[in-house]
Design a protein around this ligand. Structure first.
Ligand SMILES: CCCCCCCCCCCCC[C@H](O)CC(=O)SCCNC(=O)CCNC(=O)[C@H](O)C(C)(C)COP(=O)(O)OP(=O)(O)OC[C@H]1O[C@@H](n2cnc3c(N)ncnc32)[C@H](O)[C@@H]1OP(=O)(O)O
Ligand SMILES: NC(=O)c1ccc[n+]([C@@H]2O[C@H](COP(=O)([O-])OP(=O)(O)OC[C@H]3O[C@@H](n4cnc5c(N)ncnc54)[C@H](O)[C@@H]3O)[C@@H](O)[C@H]2O)c1
Length: 309
């Protein structure tokens, strides 16, 4: 059975662990996704510790959260700018930062990872944290494309491990995919579902299958757009305009790629191509490889398919 056609046995383990009401959240990775999730969790009254590898990165994350909150309050508190400023300060008070995950996790109800899309790095992180986090603490990954089962295998809490897949930009996108593996307990799944609702999001339940729901459909579409362009059958600009005006998408595939980050795109495609080498959809793209090799990773570096400076 291939990676892309495998069936999932959905059986909840007989874990004695109770449903966890998630209040204290540790988010590992303060990039686009981690910072966005931290913002939404803090805005909904959760106590958040945001962890990354350096103080400089964390300063940038908090600045990004503040900037995004300003956009939110401009709308939400249009007639009451002072209440808006008060709200921002209150939310920021709910966020603390750390470069040491070991110091953050002992009080966590949920440890949510949003670091680089690399299985070994994620496994290494969770394997270390497993020994430090309290027994009741739930672990979750925001991976776009890796099997949750594989990430969870580095821990001894597979019944308390699931996927929480958020969408970019997190403050604006209403969906969260909640992923249960065959070992995830019903209590854990319910806790993650309730947490997503507490964030004001709409959760959908997913199996631990490649790409879950959204990316299983989105990745082939995005890759077809890239192939169409590489064959010389359409400019990036025309393809983007066509999908916005013809299909009603808010962004065309090239704009969206730059928004997501071309490094993340390449991690996803390389991983899937390794698992399903004969599938032409996931074959290497010279253009994508070239841009990533040149450090043109999209909006976050000022250039990707398009220039932003
Ligand atoms: C072609 C190459 C192919 C390579 C192949 C690779 C295959 C792999 C692909 C898989 C990738 C998976 C990634 C991941 O796992 C899953 C995802 O997250 S997919 C991404 C999902 N997101 C989208 O699809 C976003 C689509 N875009 C939009 O919805 C909108 O464009 C936008 C981002 C909301 C922005 O809206 P716009 O109208 O365009 O622009 P504005 O700036 O005017 O914003 C409108 C409104 O929103 C507020 N706002 C925007 N961003 C934020 C923010 N970060 N924080 C707070 N508020 C925000 C803004 O203030 C505006 O408010 P208003 O002025 O209207 O009051
Ligand atoms: N970008 C998207 O649109 C998107 C959407 C949904 C899910 N995701 C997934 O979310 C995850 C993060 O993506 P992103 O776009 O936020 O990436 P990003 O590059 O913006 O941020 C990743 C952050 O993780 C930090 N980091 C890396 N290794 C670390 C470690 N061991 N400990 C602590 N911090 C570490 C980096 O310093 C960086 O700040 C990936 O798994 C990605 O697939 C991305």
């Amino acid at each position: 059975m291939s990676f892309f056609s495998h069936q999932i046995r959905r059986s909840f383990s007989s874990s004695a662990v109770r449903r966890v009401v998630i209040k204290n959240v540790t988010i590992i990775g303060g990039g686009q996704m981690g910072a966005g999730i931290a913002q939404v969790a803090a805005s909904t009254g959760h106590s958040v510790t945001l962890v990354d590898t350096s103080e400089d990165i964390l300063k940038k994350s908090v600045k990004g959260i503040e900037g995004s909150l300003k956009r939110v309050v401009k709308k939400k508190f249009a007639d009451k700018p002072e209440a808006g400023e008060e709200f921002i300060q209150k939310v920021l008070q709910n966020v603390s930062t750390s470069t040491d995950p070991a110091a953050a996790v002992p009080t966590s109800d949920l440890v949510l990872e949003a670091i680089v899309e690399n299985l070994n790095v994620k496994q290494d992180l969770f394997g270390r944290l497993d020994k430090l986090a309290p027994k009741h603490s739930i672990f979750a990954s925001n991976t776009s494309s890796l099997p949750i089962t594989d990430i969870a295998s580095s821990t001894s809490r597979q019944d308390r491990f699931g996927g929480l897949h958020f969408f970019n930009p997190v403050p604006m996108m209403k969906l969260v995919e909640v992923i249960a593996t065959s070992a995830t307990s019903q209590e854990t799944f319910d806790s993650l579902l309730n947490f997503s609702k507490a964030l004001g999001k709409t959760p959908v339940s997913c199996k631990d299958t490649p790409g879950f729901i959204v990316n299983r459909l989105l990745v082939p579409y995005m890759m077809e757009a890239l192939r169409l362009h590489e064959r010389g059958h359409g400019s990036k600009e025309d393809i983007d305009i066509a999908m916005k005006l013809g299909a009603g998408y808010p962004m065309g595939p090239f704009e969206l790629s730059d928004y997501v980050g071309l490094d993340t795109m390449k991690f996803i495609i390389d991983g899937w191509s390794e698992k399903d080498p004969d599938n032409p959809i996931f074959a290497q793209s010279e253009l994508l490889n070239k841009l990533v090799a040149e450090g043109k990773l999209g909006k976050k570096t000022g250039e990707g398919f398009y220039k932003y400076k």
